[in-house]
Design a protein around this ligand. Structure first.
Ligand code: ZN
Length: 143
């Protein structure tokens, strides 16, 4: 395993062991559930909206390290973003995971780049995508 793989693995395991934003909200505006039956990953997103932004986002779920790390990274990254910015980021990450885009992610999102490594393991891509497809469903309900 290369040095880079080790580094990516460390980032993913850190998010898995210390998940960011792991909680549920008391009075969420939107609750969206998602699942990846291929692996048994489950995720619930709770969103509180305000002023055209995702004011708070909490994620709660269980499953493999990649699915849970991806949700943790998402919770950390979306904090305070506008709905448009959130949607743009969601599209960019989905394209990266599916191998449709090779545009580098912004520097402050370098944790997310660790997920790029899953492209080598097609069966795990759906694990990494779960958080983002669940977010996509949540955002659809806002419009
Ligand atoms: Zn999984």
């Amino acid at each position: 395993m290369s040095l880079l793989d080790d580094l990516y693995r460390e980032i993913i395991l850190d998010h898995y062991r210390n998940p960011r934003g792991r909680d549920t909200l008391d009075h969420p505006d939107i609750v969206q559930e998602g699942a990846n039956p291929l692996c048994g990953d489950e995720l619930t997103l709770s969103l509180k909206l305000g002023d055209g932004k995702i004011e708070r986002l909490r994620q709660d779920g269980h499953g493999c390290s990649i699915s849970q790390a991806s949700a943790s990274m998402m919770a950390e990254t979306l904090r305070g973003l506008s709905l448009e910015e959130s949607e743009a980021l969601m599209r960019q990450v989905k394209a990266m995971l599916k191998g449709e885009s090779h545009d580098p992610l912004p520097d402050d999102l370098e944790d997310l780049a660790a997920l790029e490594g899953v492209r080598k393991y097609p069966v795990r891509i759906k694990c990494a995508l779960l958080a983002w497809t669940t977010l996509e469903e949540a955002l659809k309900r806002i419009k």
